[in-house]
Ligand binder design. Structure first.
Ligand SMILES: Cc1ncc(COP(=O)(O)O)c(C=O)c1O
Length: 468
């Protein structure tokens, strides 16, 4: 009966369109290693190719795919490729990308179990594997969101629920008007997405206690101890595993002890630093993260799944659910099975856990550890070579981040612009402790030592031209 129906059903994606997409994808991948890393079309050129008046009539999907793919070849940045070292941007593992294509094909709404039993179960499996990989308590609840920004938001919503509930206040019902004040404590190097989360939650980006940091951007535990003794009442402490510039991790064991003593909720932003926990050689750096009440991380960074995917973990499942869950008459609560929307701000949502599942399944524990260790070793390779050539490395290279100065601020800025224009690789800039620096982040599964050496040679060549 079903098969008979299938014969009459029009193909949603014709074989011709499928093979067109496949051909473009193959061309894109084979270009990644050799094309300029930067985009080679300007915004005006892209507008010219893709814009124009709103079309009255529709376009054939195959012709449309060809148009997009042609613009995409030059208008994109090869940030998925092996020589992209900007921001903290991972590529995409083959199995994770293939899984993501299945996600698009299936078009599942993974908000509730009845809409997609498969996704609900995969979220559970991926969540438990992630906890095991990171050495987190198996009882932590977990949600899959768009990125670490939303993971920070979700974590701090759970924190806000718990600290106010402990003070006898129902924030979900009554909002913040008349609520007991919350002391939010952050390191002065907290990522700006923490500020955004605080803004969205009505806690105020500037209404925080800022704790001084050390030379690597780590929150100073002694200063935190002094601070938390100056106030009472509801309190949330935000620590960080992986400073976006240096890669340094806050002293989490000491911070966790202080938060516990103070009766505070401890949140850790581990956007990329959490992945150090998956490597026996680096897990000591994030020791204490398992003591946090909530943790935010990204899978689209170091786990190398396609955009977008962040993950939130929460030790207090009740607070997590209370902050996030919704009720409506037509939502069929599934009782014994997991409804993914109860752990995230979104209702209808993409099946983000599926590529995460595929990434972990394809790498295994050993493969993930090896990838993290290789990228860290490659970061040290950059640092050693640039230092040996007389340039100043500004940070202790403990993880996958390297900061380099090429002389004066102007010389460094010009070297960054020159390497981006050169196109061999892509590195961004930053200002670290008042020094202008090139920022190199090694986060891609496909980066080889040869890619690193080729990039070092290009950086040294353009730096020499700039300083000549
Ligand atoms: C420490 C830290 N937190 C949060 C974020 C925000 O992550 P996303 O852009 O995925 O939301 C980043 C991004 O680089 C980060 O490094």
């Amino acid at each position: 009966m079903r098969n008979e129906m299938h014969e009459d059903t029009p193909a949603l994606l014709s074989p011709a369109l499928l093979s067109t997409v496949q051909r473009h994808a193959a061309e894109w991948f084979s270009s990644l290693g050799s094309r300029p890393v930067r985009a080679t079309l300007t915004a005006d050129q892209l507008r010219q190719q893709l814009g124009g008046p709103l079309p009255l009539e529709g376009m054939d999907p195959e012709a449309l795919t060809n148009t997009l793919a042609t613009a995409g070849m030059q208008g994109t940045v090869a940030s998925a490729g092996p020589r992209y070292f900007g921001f903290v941007v991972g590529g995409t593992l083959p199995a994770a990308l293939a899984a993501d294509w299945l996600v698009s094909t299936w078009d599942q709404n993974s908000g509730i179990y009845v809409l997609s039993p498969l996704v609900s179960v995969i979220e559970q499996i991926a969540g438990s594997w992630l906890r095991e990989l990171a050495g987190l308590p198996p009882t932590m609840s977990c949600g899959f969101v768009t990125g670490c920004q939303m993971a920070n938001f979700t974590s701090l919503a759970a924190a806000r629920h718990r600290v106010l509930a402990n003070a006898g206040w129902d924030v979900e019902a009554n909002g913040l008007f008349g609520a007991p004040p919350i002391h939010v404590v952050v390191g002065e190097e907290a990522h700006y997405t923490i500020s955004m989360a605080l803004r969205l939650l009505g806690l105020g980006a500037n209404r925080v206690h800022k704790i001084p940091t050390d030379s690597q951007g780590r929150m100073r535990a002694d200063a935190l101890a002094d601070n938390v003794r100056t106030h009472q009442g509801p309190c949330i402490v935000c620590a960080q595993a992986g400073n976006v510039n240096t890669g340094a991790v806050d002293p989490l064991v000491e911070i966790a002890a202080l938060a516990k003593e103070r009766g505070a909720w401890l949140h850790v932003d581990g956007a990329f630093g959490l992945w150090a926990a998956a490597s026996p050689a680096h897990s000591h750096l994030v020791r204490g993260i398992e003591l946090a009440d909530s943790i935010a991380t990204d899978a689209h960074k170091w786990l190398n799944v396609p955009y977008d995917c962040g993950i939130v973990f929460c030790a207090d499942e009740l607070a997590h659910r209370s902050a996030m869950s919704l009720a409506a008459a037509y939502i069929v609560a599934t009782g014994s099975e997991r409804d993914p929307h109860e752990f995230v701000p979104e209702e209808s949502r993409r099946a983000r856990a599926v590529p995460v599942y595929a990434a972990i399944r394809s790498l295994g524990r050993q493969g993930l550890a090896e990838m993290v260790e290789r990228n860290c070793r490659q970061a040290r390779r950059f640092a050693d070579a640039l230092r040996a050539a007389g340039h100043q490395v500004l940070n202790e290279v403990v993880l996958n981040q390297v900061l380099v100065s090429f002389g004066t601020p102007e010389q460094t800025r010009r070297t960054i612009a020159a390497i981006q224009e050169d196109g061999t690789c892509w590195c961004g800039g930053t200002v670290w402790k008042n020094q202008t620096a090139m920022r190199i982040s090694v986060s891609n599964w496909s980066t080889t030592d040869a890619d690193v050496d080729q990039s070092i040679a290009a950086i040294l060549r353009v730096a020499q031209q700039v300083t000549r």
